[in-house]
Design a binder for this molecule. Sequence first.
Ligand SMILES: Nc1nc2c(ncn2[C@@H]2O[C@H](COP(=O)(O)OP(=O)(O)OP(=O)(O)O)[C@@H](O)[C@H]2O)c(=O)[nH]1
Ligand SMILES: [Mg+2]
Length: 325
Amino acid sequence: MPANLSPEYHRAEERLRAAKTSVERISALEEMLRVIPKHKGTDHMQADLKARIAKARKEGGKRAGKTGFSYIIPREGAGQVALAGPPNSGKSSLVRALTHATPAVGDYPFTTREPVPGMMPFEDIAFQLVDLPPISEQHVEPWVFDLIRYADLVWVVVDGERAIEGFDEARRLLEARNVGLYPAGTQPRYLTAAVQKKAIIVVTGLDKPGVADSLPVVEELLEGGWQVAGVSALSGIGVEDLARRTFDALAIMRVYTKQPGKPRDGSAPFALPLGSTVGDLAERIHKDLEGTMTFARIWGASAFDGQSVQREHVLAEGDIVEIHE
Ligand SMILES: Nc1nc2c(ncn2[C@@H]2O[C@H](COP(=O)(O)OP(=O)(O)OP(=O)(O)O)[C@@H](O)[C@H]2O)c(=O)[nH]1
Ligand SMILES: [Mg+2]
């Protein structure tokens, strides 16, 4: 083994060996890619993991269609957010309020039975929300946990009248299924859980008396730097703040492209992980472009306007990039 592989990596590898569904397989491979030391000595392993993830995704899509068993909600937009939480906490109401999707809302628990995706606009991009059935002591379909493992970020949605209770319950049940949560904006801590997911706590019912005042208390009692975002699906208060926090939590940046000699074309930006390079952008535009590009010109924060850069150049939020072949 050329690389110093961590216990986390080996645990993910174990999960890969035990994986029965494509979502489990993808989630294990993604975790391996996330925790593998990033240096020259692991370049080949990283490339191999990426290729295996791509292959598993293709197969997963096919298999899900045939058997209807393994759910995958293909990622769309700037990031996938899974809504997890106890019954009746307001998950579906939020998805209804923030997207064009129309999952059923009920004043009784276990209203939601199927995952429902919807796109939530934020400035010139959109996040993909995935409404899920509740997590509770009672039976939860295993694919609910698979979808949470597959997401880029988890919103733990809790009712403002029982926020701490609801969060503790959800976290405990997730940990029992090997999904550890850590506060968005911090580094994953060493937990026994095999998969680490960053999370924001979303407290619903901000329109109800007393809920707004309780938020600082909730934040303080939870300890560990949890982000607590209060919202109301009824009045819409808190939604802007939640969208901004979600953008920050996803650790992405927006990068715009333009044709040589022309102004920016006004098309939607690419959402790339912070730290991405011009080469990463080229690969995202077209799989061959990374190989055929010669240099790029940049307008924005990462260079002086019109500066020529190579593929290793690290991009910044808002950069406009012109790629030359
Ligand atoms: N006042 C108020 N009521 C809300 C809010 N969000 C949800 N509710 C109410 O809470 C109840 C449950 O809402 P749902 O959105 O169905 O909750 P859920 O988490 O999807 O429930 P399950 O699918 O059973 O897990 C409904 O009666 C909603 O009208 C909110 O922000 N304010
Ligand atoms: Mg629901």
